[in-house]
Design a protein around this ligand. Structure first.
Ligand SMILES: NC(=O)c1ccc[n+]([C@@H]2O[C@H](COP(=O)([O-])OP(=O)(O)OC[C@H]3O[C@@H](n4cnc5c(N)ncnc54)[C@H](OP(=O)(O)O)[C@@H]3O)[C@@H](O)[C@H]2O)c1
Length: 294
């Protein structure tokens, strides 16, 4: 199949490209920096920015599927998330209607979706609604926290911190639930979602099989390394205020305001539909795989 991919230079996209090539797909990857794309059989880089639909719209012609991974995942305000995640999705859908109306549109959303998950979650919910209402064949997948990518993902950062032991500030009491999913289990499900007939018109949660609280995961990582953690609960309103101020005062804030809501909002953990339709078979939580390259 011919697949048009956005976000191919990101953490998930970089891992997905070889999986698409291995499945025999030909890929056009829209990228702001095509030089960041790997050399792979069947892969062509298309220089361009989703904010400028004229640069890519006509190139959609002849594609059988559009895999929309691109997103802004950390921003200082809701307007930036809206522009990057909602407006660009609307433009891409309009371009698909004009140039490849029969192509399957696969949106990679998130489990942290909806207004309770902050501005990022709200923008992903709005993008999902646009996809469902676009009049195109569609599938939406909602991955949980991905690990094993090794490129700055949140779980890797937590793992690095906890592996050293010592002081760990906890958001609230750290009771919010994560469901980490290994990248190698996520990729086949996404590749299958591009073609599986049963997937059309469905939204799938792709979560790991072992939901775990933030605090228990932190302890498990530390104990895996023979270390102990001294956890300091930070009240969520205080943490939100700190993130807000950091966003205002620092050029590269360690935390952006909506990350607290994103981390602590309730999220779905039931991946049974993806197991049935996409052959999703996530491995048990594997702490040792949270340190790729070590
Ligand atoms: N990683 C996770 O744990 C996780 C979990 C759940 C859901 N997701 C979702 O999975 C998708 C991919 O996540 P990720 O972790 O791979 O994100 P990422 O590493 O931040 O990559 C984002 C990608 O989007 C591209 N992009 C952003 N704005 C663009 C624009 N205006 N024009 C063209 N390209 C643009 C970036 O291009 P540049 O390289 O040029 O910046 C990059 O390739 C996202 O939709 C995210 O919401 C990720």
């Amino acid at each position: 199949m011919n697949i048009f991919v956005t976000g191919a230079t990101g953490g998930l996209g970089t891992a997905l490209l070889p999986a698409l090539a291995a499945a025999g797909h030909t890929v056009t990857a829209l990228a702001r920096n095509p030089r960041a794309l790997p050399e792979l059989p069947g892969l062509t880089g298309l220089p361009g920015d989703l904010l400028d639909p004229d640069c890519y719209a006509a190139s959609l012609t002849g594609h059988d599927a559009v895999l929309h991974l691109a997103a802004l995942t950390h921003a200082r305000n809701a307007a930036l998330y809206h522009r990057a995640n909602v407006a660009t999705t609307a433009d891409l859908l309009a371009a698909c209607r004009s140039h490849c109306p029969d192509a399957r549109f696969l949106l990679v959303s998130t489990r942290a979706v909806g207004a309770t998950c902050g501005a990022y979650g709200q923008s992903k919910a709005e993008a999902e609604t646009l996809v469902r209402q676009a009049g195109l064949p569609w599938v939406i997948v909602r991955p949980a926290e991905v690990y094993g990518v090794g490129r700055g993902e949140a779980i890797a950062a937590l793992a690095r911190t906890c592996a050293k032991g010592g002081l760990l500030p906890l958001p609230g009491r750290g009771r919010h639930i994560l469901a980490p999913v290994h990248i190698d289990d996520l990729l086949p499900a996404i590749v299958t979602a591009l073609t599986a007939p049963a997937a059309l018109g469905h939204t799938y949660t792709l979560a790991g099989p072992d939901p775990v609280s933030f605090t228990d995961l932190a302890d498990a990582i530390a104990s895996h390394h023979g270390k102990r953690l001294f956890k300091i609960p930070i009240p969520l309103p205080l943490l939100s205020l700190a993130a807000f101020l950091a966003g205002r005062l620092l050029r590269r804030p360690p935390l952006v305001g909506d990350q607290i809501a994103r981390l602590t909002c309730p999220k779905a953990t039931d991946s049974s539909a993806a197991r049935a339709d996409l052959g999703f078979a996530p491995r048990r939580l594997d702490i040792s795989a949270m340190f790729p390259g070590c």
